[in-house]
Design a protein around this ligand. Structure first.
Ligand SMILES: Nc1ncnc2c1ncn2[C@@H]1O[C@H](COP(=O)(O)OP(=O)(O)OP(=O)(O)O)[C@@H](O)[C@H]1O
Ligand SMILES: [Mg+2]
Length: 257
């Protein structure tokens, strides 16, 4: 299938590439596929297709930008593996248009020098990658701040792209902060009612079955208070005074690097 790999139209047009995969993209998906932004945030309902779109973008990058290093990251290995599984599925569907050097459970290396690698969600084990062309963070609202801080420098020299995709999870964490106050991001917000594959009847059933804040979080892209939070984020923020001396002094063990 050399023809597909050499197809200039597909190389230049991610939307055409998605169609080649048999996908008929929704409106927001079309906009995302056409975007040239290298900083993307997706705040989307469950099942709206965010992992699918990111998998399309990852595979496109690997096939048409030889030598690309693409990392799939999530709070747990199982979740990043699921995203990687979608990439691998599309690659196989296309008939492996660039030959594999190594096709493994957690990584794919192509003859053109591109690599797609699944990472566990642990800060200690992921250091060491550089020259990253595309970094994907799935379920980003649940990723630890420390993990995010550890991966960002991997983009430093390569000028690589960063995409964070998620359903919201409380008014806290890196995704919430970037979504509400970060600069330079291309933002996509997709509530379930805008997804043509999720019916009104199903949403009505969910509304009745779930606590209202869970429904708003899962289907309406709303950053709700955490489920175990006795105090709201505002109450906690209001209660924290910068004048209070920390119980365990700032220079205590493990505090700095
Ligand atoms: N444009 C589309 N046309 C047809 N099916 C689609 C489209 N986009 C996504 N899907 C399908 O919708 C389902 C959900 O997609 P996906 O897993 O990417 O959603 P998600 O937003 O990542 O969901 P979750 O929040 O549960 O992780 C999958 O079966 C996927 O194949
Ligand atoms: Mg997903």
């Amino acid at each position: 299938m050399v023809i597909l790999a050499d197809d200039l139209k597909l190389a230049l047009d991610r939307l055409a590439f998605a169609k080649e995969l048999g996908i008929s993209p929704d409106e927001w998906q079309r906009a995302l596929l056409r975007s040239t932004s290298d900083r993307v945030l997706l705040n989307c309902s469950r099942q709206s297709g965010k992992s699918t779109m990111t998998a399309v973008i990852a595979l496109h990058r690997a096939l048409y930008h030889p030598g690309s290093l693409i990392l799939c990251l999530a709070p747990a290995l199982r979740q990043s593996q699921e995203l990687f599984g979608k990439v691998l599925g599309f690659y196989r569907d296309l008939g492996r248009p660039v030959s594999p050097q190594a096709e493994r459970k957690l990584s794919l290396e192509l003859d053109n020098g591109s690599r797609i690698i699944t990472l566990p969600g642990s800060e200690r084990t992921i250091r060491g990658f550089s020259g990253v062309g595309l970094l994907l963070i799935d379920e980003a609202s649940r990723v630890d701040d420390a993990l995010y801080h550890a991966v960002r420098p991997m983009l430093a020299v390569s000028g690589g792209s960063l995409m964070m995709l998620t359903t919201p999870y409380g008014k806290r964490g890196i995704f919430f902060e970037e979504w509400t106050g970060g600069h330079g991001w291309d933002r996509y917000e997709v509530p379930a009612r805008e997804c043509p594959r999720i019916s009104e009847e199903f949403l009505e059933e969910e509304r009745r079955a779930l606590p209202s804040w869970v429904y708003r979080q899962e289907y309406e892209t709303s950053f709700e208070e955490t489920e175990d939070g006795v105090f709201t984020t505002e109450m906690i923020d209001g209660a924290i005074s910068p004048d209070v001396t920390p119980l365990f002094g700032a220079g205590a063990a493990g505090g700095g690097s």
